[in-house]
Design a protein around this ligand. Structure first.
Ligand SMILES: Nc1nc2c(ncn2[C@@H]2O[C@H](COP(=O)(O)OP(=O)(O)OP(=O)(O)O)[C@@H](O)[C@H]2O)c(=O)[nH]1
Ligand SMILES: [Mg+2]
Length: 406
């Protein structure tokens, strides 16, 4: 536990910011945090609010109104609200939500600026409500909202911590929403989660579930803000076995807008699996940083070989190959490891220079440590390994705290 706490120093502040507070405190936070900001439409302060539906959105403008209409029908007779957590969509999804909220205070918007991430958005939405029970569902109408009322009645007795809407048991299916490749990938991912993390539910990858808010209040500091798989993270992060109910549903095809799922989601998922399997000793970010580092070694050696074959002297070839590896590592880390804090435009270039300068210091520190090791214990591999660990650790810490600081 301590290694993760020590190394992943950049993480904790955001989650704590969103435990219940009033609007004036939120405005103060906005002003203080120059790097990232968040704006809220006023929370619905209604007595007896029972259910909050948290909907993460990124470019879902056309889906907002149909979803709200469906929620109104499905949740008739229940005291509910819906919170759209939008990562500053370019199609101005948040404006549609705010227009609706003028006439219906049950509809709320959280607009996050300079942040990306489905899991982080869901967490922020959950932590911003006072409702005791929270549902998480996608905006794109793929999740069957008519299941919500039954899910709520399963939660009401107080004995169930979590209800998972599953595509993989009873009458559930993913056939309409997934092609064959997605289906095979989903089954493989579930198999890995079950084997490695001993997760019992039939659909730990589901993005449609209902949970007791106090559980998330407790688990929040442990949950990753990266990735798509918040449900798996919740189940695997709980120190106590959870009482989990299931309800089946048919995953519908997406009608409006585009899927945000891409290859990086697979890598983020692997990061989450390793993190939970190591009992949070390693963070998902560390796993991604390590994978990118390994790819840098491959880039470096391939380039060196190419340049030497082309007749370049060794020193020149080595310098150019190193430069390629640094640029490749920086670009991949920007796209994957620090996707939620991605640097763009001019910031991309200044970040690259910063990354290169800090990595050079890492090389110096690593060389110094390995030379010291070698003078005490002339085992080349042990000394080399010590240098590599120091260099990689330095690079990770400075990347998280300086190049991609929040
Ligand atoms: N706030 C926020 N929401 C996101 C982000 N990425 C995806 N979403 C939302 O999360 C939900 C699920 O995303 P989808 O792209 O539909 O993912 P999916 O359902 O697994 O994939 P498809 O079946 O291809 O649609 C949608 O409501 C998205 O708008 C993000 O970075 N931030
Ligand atoms: Mg979808």
């Amino acid at each position: 536990m301590f290694l993760r706490d020590f190394v992943d120093l950049t993480r904790p502040f955001m989650l704590e910011q969103f435990t219940p507070m009033n609007s004036s405190q939120l405005i103060a936070l906005d002003a203080r945090d120059g790097d990232s900001a968040v704006s809220f439409s006023p929370p619905a302060q209604r007595a007896g609010l029972e259910l909050s539906v948290v909907v993460p959105t990124f470019n879902e403008r056309e889906n907002v109104i149909p979803l709200v209409e469906r929620l109104r029908k499905a949740l008739a007779g229940i005291s509910w609200e819906v919170i759209f957590v939008d990562d500053d969509s370019t199609d101005r999804t948040v404006d549609v939500v705010r227009d609706l909220s003028i006439n219906d205070p049950r509809i709320r918007a959280i607009r996050r600026v300079h942040r990306r991430g489905l899991a982080g958005a869901c967490l922020e939405g959950i932590l911003s409500t006072s409702a005791p029970i929270v549902a998480v569902m996608d905006a794109d109408l793929q999740h069957d909202e008519t299941r919500l009322a039954t899910m709520l009645s399963m939660m009401r007795g107080g004995r169930t911590d979590l209800v998972v809407a599953t595509r993989y048991s009873g009458d559930g299916s993913s056939g309409q929403g997934f092609n064959r490749i997605r289906q095979a990938g989903s089954h493989m991912a579930i198999g890995m989660a079950k084997r490695l993390l001993k997760v019992e539910t039939s659909d730990p990858m589901s993005g449609f579930f209902m949970v007791r808010r106090t559980l998330i209040d407790e688990l929040a500091p442990k949950l990753s803000q990266q990735g798509f798989k918040i449900l798996l993270d919740i189940i695997a992060s709980s120190p106590m076995p959870l009482s989990i109910g299931e309800i089946s549903y048919v995953f519908r095809p997406r009608i409006h807008g585009e899927s945000k799922l891409d290859a990086s989601v697979v890598l983020e998922y692997l990061g989450l699996l390793v993190a939970k399997w190591s009992r949070d000793l390693i963070s998902p970010r560390m796993v991604l940083f390590g994978l990118v580092g390994l790819s840098g070694v491959v880039v470096h050696l391939s380039m060196l070989r190419l340049l030497l074959t082309a007749g370049l002297p060794f020193a020149a070839g080595q310098a150019v190959a190193m430069l390629f590896a640094v640029v490749s590592n920086y670009t991949l880390n920007n796209a994957l490891t620090y996707r939620d804090r991605r640097r763009r435009g001019l910031h991309f270039l200044t970040g690259m220079m910063m990354f290169a300068a800090l990595c050079s210091l890492g090389v110096l520190a690593g060389t110094g440590v390995s030379s010291l090791f070698y003078s005490q214990e002339p085992q080349w591999w042990l000394a080399g390994l010590a240098g590599a660990v120091i260099g990689a650790g330095w690079n990770y810490i400075t990347s998280s705290m300086i190049t991609w600081r929040r």
